[in-house]
Design a protein around this ligand. Sequence first.
Ligand code: UDX
Length: 587
Amino acid sequence: MVTISFVGLGVVGLVTQACFASRGINTIGVDASKHKLDILRSGNLPFYEPNLKELICDACSNLTFSDSVRHAVENSNITFVTVGTPSKADGSIDLLQISEASKAIGVALSNKSRYHVVVIKSTVLPGTTDNVIKAILERESRKSAEKDFGLIVNPEFLREGSSVYDTFNPHLLVVGATDNRSGGEIERLWKKFFNNYFLRTIRTNRITAELIKYANNAFLATKISFINSIANLCQRIDSADVKEVAQAIGTDPRIGPLFLNAGPGYGGSCLPKDVKALIKMSHFVSCHLPLLMAVDEVNENQPKQVIELARNMMGGLKGKTVAILGVAFKKDTDDIREAPSIKVIRQLIEHQAIVRATDPLALENLKKIFDDKIAYVKNKFDCLSNADCCIILTEWDEYKNIKAEDFIGYMKKPCIVDARRILDPQEFVVATNYSAIGLKPSYKETIPYREEHTSEIDLDMPLNAIRKEGVLIAENERYTIHDLKLDELTVSLTELKKAQETRGHSHADCSEVYFFTQGDGKIQVGNRTYYVGQGSVITVPRSEFHKVSNLGEQKLIFITVFEGKRFSKNYDYENKASLKSTVAEAH
Ligand code: UDX
């Protein structure tokens, strides 16, 4: 009877082992981590994966665990190599684990007389099995691949969170082999696994099999970055909704409906790393891959879109309490590897927001990254309690049915950024301040983007220059105005005291841009309300009659720029002295 060993008990290794064991096949799982083996031997799991615990429990008589590759190889007929192939800092793939595993398997093969098949399931770049793994195995075993032992590439397409289901229901079996003996043996093994049920099989060489896995993941990543690009466009177009666009294009059989959910970007242990590794590899074979570079770039920038939505909605993030709902890279896993939540939280911290996170499973993993820099809250409602803003980053089912009344009841103000599109905009736009990936924001109050300058920018310097070089246009109990004439432009510095307003005016030939440089607060311009602070920019359209009312508690200093001279009156900019003496009202 066949026995199968697995070297590397991550999601792929442990799930595949458990699935084979559940089919009545003897299995041995090997891992270098003693801690992981202790957890497994005690009947627990080192990570969460739906249905895995039950499967292991039911099939325990066919499952053993060991820290010895030698023991595993000696006592099995086939060894699946399922160790991790993580990214290095430069994006290239780290072959340390797979080299170590190959070495240990090679040593074990040197003592074994029976034929053995080594199956590479770990994701490795095209050529790695032939050029690296085979060489190590042959050197350590002093035997020849194909002749003395089999060497197969058999990539998997398991998704975390549904890997048990995916193992039992794959869309394809890929067998990369250079000889019929080992290739046939692996096909027969899988046939037995599927009770001779038909499974679409591609038999190819090892290098093509390796590339199939990368191309598969790179294409999935491309679909996600594509729809995220369309989402970013939708956010800037009135009434466009990426969700409806995705639903519509997904009905085209040439496109298909899956992997078209716009969001904060793809994460996890595979897609980000595999796209980067392909790009890195392309440099070595002098092949430019601009498409994949763009896919990667869109994904790297997607968390910033989430931050921008929150920042625009809040009028700034400094000092604001932000509740993060969901930190796992997707639902039904505790995995946060490359999760968009990490980038979003980092940027929130940079903007000096106070971050509070909740997740049904992934908080312990998040703690290892952020330690005491943020707060961790078990209950979703406690997380929302008194928060200024809520960002939904993982599509957990339990967040989908949070009611608008709950956000309203628990939060300081119900400002929601739905980065996973799990809430119904029809309902939430009416009841709350709701913004979402792939939807143009439509808050009840227009709150423009405001940048917090955390760096040491000395804004007094340009302000003082305008005060010194400009013309004093007005100085009274409500405001002070200095104008600086720059050819056809007028740059005007207004210091508007609290609870005061400028005079109503319009510019016939140009729009007027307001840059806010000092003071925080709420203002009214025409019939619009804004929260402004250092860095806010507001544009008033040409010919619009307006005045600026300071509704806040602080003096506001802003620079306005408009074409031509000051409206209505033709000031004598050259003759400062005469103007200064007649200053009274300007705006
Ligand atoms: C992926 C591949 O799907 C799988 O075939 C391969 O074996 C391993 O890599 P996995 O990383 O577990 O699986 O998760 P997947 O479901 O592919 O999701 C990856 C990321 O893309 C997640 O962050 C997910 O939230 C995101 N995603 C997925 C989207 O943003 N939109 C989508 O429409 C689909």
